[in-house]
Design a protein around this ligand. Structure first.
Ligand code: OGA
Ligand code: MN
Length: 207
């Protein structure tokens, strides 16, 4: 036998994905890891390293503020600072687990920081592109400092198809919360924010 160790957190996420196409994990990262990522995001944002987000991918990219108003910074794993390196270490471990236990065939990943200034939102959408369906799982980790209050807005709404109609799942972007969902299946939306909203968001892709 190999040295395979069952990971209860990953097992819960895999179960959730199979049963409801999304999973919420509030303790995927430690508090220290989340705070370090938050500091790293803020530092890059203050240094003006973020750019206005676009819709579509590199071959047909458009900036449409009426659809999406956040600012992003694409992470390069090879240039990671310690906070980002700790982040990628956990993500890589998760990918290895998925490939080993579920044969998901994840070969690639892409992650960006996102900063939503007050008044911005991201209208209902799917995370796959018309000319590229390699994104398999979407992973968002919220980097807001204090406990996010409902009056700050910025909820993630996930639209789930059930036999008797559509159900909306509302998820608050509280500090350290990780949301994972099927990129090709679940339409979702970021409701207008009334406080700056910070996150690290990315995708696990097949070839
Ligand atoms: C995205 C997205 C959700 C969120 O960046 O594509 O849908 O809660 N983000 O930030
Ligand atoms: Mn999305």
């Amino acid at each position: 036998m190999s040295d395979f160790q069952l990971n209860p957190l990953y097992e819960q996420i895999i179960d959730d994905l199979l049963n409801q196409q999304f999973s919420i994990a509030d303790h995927f990262f430690s508090d220290d890891e989340v705070m370090a990522l938050r500091e790293s995001l803020r530092h890059k944002y203050e240094e003006d390293q973020f750019k206005k987000s676009a819709i579509g991918n590199q071959t047909n990219e458009q900036i449409v503020t009426a659809v999406r108003g956040d600012f992003i910074f694409w992470l390069n794993e090879a240039e990671s600072n310690p906070a980002e390196k700790a982040y990628f270490d956990k993500i890589n471990d998760f990918i290895e687990y998925l490939n080993r236990t579920c044969f998901m065939g994840i070969r690639d990943k892409e992650f960006h920081y996102a900063y939503y200034p007050e008044g911005t939102f991201y209208k209902r959408h799917l995370d796959t592109f018309q000319n590229d369906d390699r994104r398999k799982l979407s992973i968002v980790c919220y980097l807001n400092d204090q406990d996010w209050q409902p009056e700050y807005g910025g909820e993630l709404a996930i639209y789930i198809n059930k036999e008797d109609g559509e159900v909306t799942e509302t998820i608050y972007p509280v500090k350290g919360r990780v949301v994972i969902f099927e990129s090709q299946v679940l339409e979702h939306e970021v409701k207008p924010v009334k406080q700056p909203r910070l996150s690290i968001t990315g995708w696990l892709r097949t070839r």
